[in-house]
Write a protein that binds this ligand. Sequence first.
Ligand code: GRF
Length: 195
Amino acid sequence: MRLGVLGSGSGSNLQAILDAIDDGTLAAEVVLVLSDNPDAYILERARLRGIATAVIDCRGYRTRFPEEAQRETVTALQEAGAELVCLAGFMRLIKAPLLEAYPGRILNIHPSLLPAFPGLEAWRQALEAGAVETGCTVHFVDGGMDTGPAIVQARVPVKADDSAESLHARIQVEEHRLYPEAIRRVAAGMAAGGG
Ligand code: GRF
């Protein structure tokens, strides 16, 4: 399974995917890492492994993912031979050009038990809502914000003395186990000829 990974930040989930490939628990190859942020550490993690990288030029828009940039992203992914696209901390909404090029082939990881707490800083939302439990979800991406069908979820307790940082760290431990697991499941479905 040839993976393209898109991220805007530190890339710890990319690292977890690479580690799972290394220890033989995930039969996959990361063929391209793309970021909308030229300074994102996710690019450095990829370079350190000799994985091809590119920066997505979002034409100066802070949050939009312009159609032209999405078309360029599709071209880069296709040229690299990516079969499945993994969003790993990618901060822009995916729309038609990418969704149409990879129907049912784009995954995202989100730090809550969706549909609860979509959007930014979901761990902080959980804390502020007084939730006693939260978690993380890997889901198929559709045109909405954290709305596609869930593939797998993991539960994480919220502790009485949690800060936003301690809760996020506990969720990330689960994320790093969950993303490779979700990719395994989707790859098995694709190999069986399903979606
Ligand atoms: C993760 O918490 C993920 O759930 C969210 O963004 C964060 C990315 O972290 N979508 P990293 O860049 O993989 O370390």
